[in-house]
Design a protein around this ligand. Structure first.
Ligand code: S3P
Length: 163
């Protein structure tokens, strides 16, 4: 299983789709699967049940997807905040798509489907997650100022080096 991690707006979905096409495996996004299974949006889960419940649902979802057939799996940018999720990820090939806070902020604007953006302390969250991404990543690929196809090629080259 190849798992893409990184902050919101780092390019996990776009790069994940391209990577999955090149590797000829399905692409899955843990957020999309969670929304489909819950029958409600992530914004609704945050608003009704709060972030702690979202992190638990996210962990359960990631655990079940990691148990399934081989895919390229993009996980939500905050999944690494949960220690048990980090442990699950350690058993797989994890790619950190890295972008600066300025880059991701420019890409995502004020997207209302991402409740964490509306919470205070986004810069602290960004900084707090960097060591967590580093903790679980097998490879780190920068995405700033690069086209998705270039990032996909970089990821494939990096995977070749470690495999
Ligand atoms: C979150 C990122 C989102 C989604 C949720 C929380 C976060 O995923 O899981 O809104 O805490 O950074 P993306 O990184 O795919 O936007």
């Amino acid at each position: 299983m190849i798992v893409l991690i990184g902050f919101m707006g780092a390019g996990k979905t776009t790069v994940g789709r391209g990577l999955a096409a090149r590797l000829e495996v399905p692409f899955l996004d843990s957020d999309e699967v969670l929304e489909a299974r819950e029958g409600r949006s992530i914004a609704e889960v945050f608003a009704t049940d709060g972030e702690a419940t979202f992190r638990r649902l996210e962990r359960e979802m990631i655990a079940s997807l990691l148990d399934g057939p081989e895919t390229v799996l993009a996980v939500g940018g905050g999944a690494v905040e949960d220690a048990a999720t980090r442990s699950l990820l350690r058993n797989h090939t994890v790619v950190h798509l890295e972008a600066s806070l300025d880059d991701v902020a420019a890409r995502i604007g004020d997207d209302e489907s991402r409740p964490v953006l509306a919470m205070p302390g986004i810069a602290e969250r960004y900084r707090g997650r960097l060591p967590l991404y580093a903790d679980v990543a097998d490879v780190v690929v920068p995405t700033a100022n690069r086209r998705p196809e270039e990032v996909v090629a970089d990821v494939l080259a990096a995977l070749d080096r470690i495999r």
